[in-house]
Design a protein around this ligand. Sequence first.
Ligand SMILES: O=C[C@H](O)[C@H](O)[C@H](O)COP(=O)(O)O
Length: 314
Amino acid sequence: MPTPATELLKSKYNTSDAPDIKASNPAFIPPTQPLTPGKQLPTSVPLPVLPAVESAKRLAAFAAVDRHIALQHKVIGIGSGSTVPYVVDRIVAQGFDANKDRVFLPTGFQSKELIIKAGLTLGDVDQYARIDVTIDGADEVDNELNSIKGGGACQLREKVLAEAADTWVIVADYRKNSRILGTTWTQGIPIEVAPFAYAKVLTNLSHMGSPSKLPNDRPGLSLRMGKMKAGPVVSDNGNFIIDAPFPVEMMKDPIDLLHRIKMLTGVVEVGLFCNMAEAAYFGNEDGTVLARLKNGSTEKISSVPNTPELKAQV
Ligand SMILES: O=C[C@H](O)[C@H](O)[C@H](O)COP(=O)(O)O
């Protein structure tokens, strides 16, 4: 008996008993069935042309899926942020057969919606403690593949799905590629805290050296407040978020900083992800992708199959 999810998934792939969705979906990529590992998707796919930064995100996401999500991977973690929808698009493009026995675990409300809307099978990390691959975005990534995450307040679930994964991969655009964390993501390390403990943790962080003001009168250490909502941002887990910037000397050693912050009672999780990533993919404005690998090597991927030509992007 097919489940509603199977039916939705079938319809995504334009199988014989489903309506032709090509006309209504400009990002539709014809399924390759059966998909064989390493097989390239068909050419001449009508993907929409995107502004440069969005195009860079899409390139990174597509390259990461092509390299890290193979047929044998059945439990897949889907991260959060604006780059991740392209990850889901590329996974969907692997075809019905590739996806029908897979389960997808979200890192928050947004990715849960993405999984459901794509017609993929939703699971959770309490059912699948071991994940084959998790792909996620990041706010900034350094040379050692340490990253700042939590710009969207998802870092707790993101870290659980990163740790549970055999392979954790970062996707981002060129703006996130950095030498020292805190260079471009200046608003601070996102820290999820138990609501009743926030004032105590703010005091602790201040004593640790997080300034209350940044140059040019920008806000420093602070409780993250909602936009279009009176009061603080509340995470998917019902907690508050503190943004804590630190001086560059402290940011140079993110592992030490992570350990010190994590030890503060009331802290639930810290948006510093250290020594976790297998690889990071950065989409560039020129249509290439920079792959930075765990072993310290880098690779320039000069073209990603089935993406609009560079000339179409500029
Ligand atoms: O909490 C949010 C996450 O850590 C995101 O993965 C991160 O903020 C990056 O998001 P984006 O891809 O939109 O820059």
